[in-house]
Design a binder for this molecule. Structure first.
Ligand code: NZQ
Ligand code: ZN
Length: 385
């Protein structure tokens, strides 16, 4: 096992009817900015319940944080935080709203140009005198943003990740019933995003980490078990609870501690989203199976372990690996996510745009071994047709 630091300060409140507890979580007299997306939080009544729970505290709403949240929108929220003397930021929504809120909290306390915070590796080193505390009410189980310090922001037609130790939410309310209103497509996206988060921390190379491996396998098996069910039965509380808690644990640091990680599928996927507007999870469903087809020799030991333990395949090694890749592709397709670029209207001649974007963003040495070069990305994208 590799050395690691692990510190996750987010308080999780899981279950039905927990929003009333905001009154205990946020100090009296605190001025709260409530941030949310387009319509869902208001339409389904969550904003009203939140405001009732906050009682006499002054609240201001900031709506319109879009999927793949844009810098331009978030800068407007930064202005509100500064001019209205906001004390606390409360995000209500999916990954986009939670990530956007994390960015607003940092940017509102950063002296320089806020876009600096999106430069690779920059934000994590900034010494802030203070960062506004944030809380979240997660309405879409997918990204794990509710219990991690990461955010992804769209800026100038590209997606940029940032992190800072102050970006962990102080608390996150996870009420599975709040996700019942999700369209089927978003639930399917959530299953695939969580699945690929686990994979990026598990299918690398072995370092004697049986706890992390068994936990990752448990998450993957659970997602396979409940994926279809929770899409087809939106009001099935138990299935949705499992999805929510799996999604949170897929990216809260637990399974990634002490093991190598490979975020190549995400990095290539982010370029597909930025260039062609493909949903985040759809981009992952396209890239992962093709990446494995190209990299199966490098990942042989862990892919075989994945085949044996997650899919219970008992064939010869090579056959088992191939079948596990095929099963993964079928799993995504079965949930409704297409795994070929052509299914999203992308043409072979578009590959060069993706490669140029990867180059421009410094994504030239990806993977757990830093050897996934532009040439390898090209092979992966060609395989995805
Ligand atoms: O805007 P509204 O009207 O709220 O609609 C949203 C949005 O259109 C809707 N929605 C959310 N909760 C709902 C609901 N509709 C009905 N009922 C509800 N309860 O869902 C749509 C998509 O929301 P979004 O937040 O964009 O989805 P998701 O949670 O998948 O987040 C994706 C973003 O997270 C980033 C992605 O890059 C992308 O920008 N990621 C963040 C990560 C992190 N912070 O650790 C890691 C991930 O890998 C990912 O990169
Ligand atoms: Zn993701």
């Amino acid at each position: 096992m590799l050395n690691f630091d692990y510190h996750n300060p987010t308080h999780i409140l899981f279950g039905k009817n927990r929003i009333a507890e905001l009154d205990l979580l946020i100090e009296p007299g605190v001025k709260v900015l409530i941030l949310y997306g387009g319509r869902s939080a208001k339409k389904h009544g969550t904003i009203a319940i939140v405001k009732a729970a906050l009682g006499s505290r002054t609240t201001i709403e900031f709506s319109g944080i879009e999927p793949n949240p844009s810098y331009k929108t978030l800068i407007k929220a930064v202005e509100v935080v500064k001019t209205k003397n906001i004390d606390f930021l409360l995000a209500i929504g999916g990954g986009s709203v939670m990530d956007g809120t994390k960015f607003v909290a940092l940017a509102a306390n950063y002296e320089g140009e806020a876009s600096d915070l999106l430069k690779p590796g920059f934000a994590r080193k900034v010494q802030f005198n203070k960062v506004h505390p944030i809380g979240t009410i997660a309405t879409l189980p997918a990204t794990g943003s509710e219990m991690n310090p990461y955010g992804v922001i769209s800026f100038n037609n590209a997606k940029y990740s940032f992190t800072h130790k102050a970006s962990y939410p102080k608390f996150s309310i996870l009420d599975p019933t709040l996700s019942f209103s999700l369209p089927k497509k978003q639930v399917a996206n959530g299953v695939v995003d969580a699945f690929v988060h686990v994979i990026e921390q598990y299918v690398t190379y072995p370092v004697n980490s049986p706890f992390q491996d068994r936990t990752a396998e448990g998450l993957l098996k659970t997602l396979i078990e409940i994926g279809k069910k929770t899409i087809e039965q939106p009001n099935n509380y138990e299935a949705r609870s499992s999805l929510m808690w799996c999604a949170t644990n897929a990216l809260n640091g637990l399974i990634g501690a002490g093991v190598p990680q490979d975020w190549s599928t995400h990095m290539i996927g982010h370029e597909l989203t930025a260039l062609f507007g493909i949903d985040h999870a759809q981009s992952l469903a396209i890239v992962l199976p093709s990446l494995w087809e190209v990299r199966k020799d490098k990942k042989r030991v862990k892919l075989l372990q994945y085949a044996r333990r997650v899919w219970d395949i008992q064939m010869d090694d090579d056959k088992a690996i191939n079948l596990a890749i095929q099963n993964t592709r079928n799993f995504f397709e079965d949930l409704g996510l297409k795994t070929q670029l052509s299914a999203y209207g992308i043409k072979r001649e578009d590959i060069s745009k993706v490669l140029n974007a990867l180059k421009a963003n410094g994504m030239t040495k990806l993977s757990e071994s830093n050897d996934l070069t532009i040439e390898v990305s090209k092979k992966i994208l060609e395989k995805a047709f």
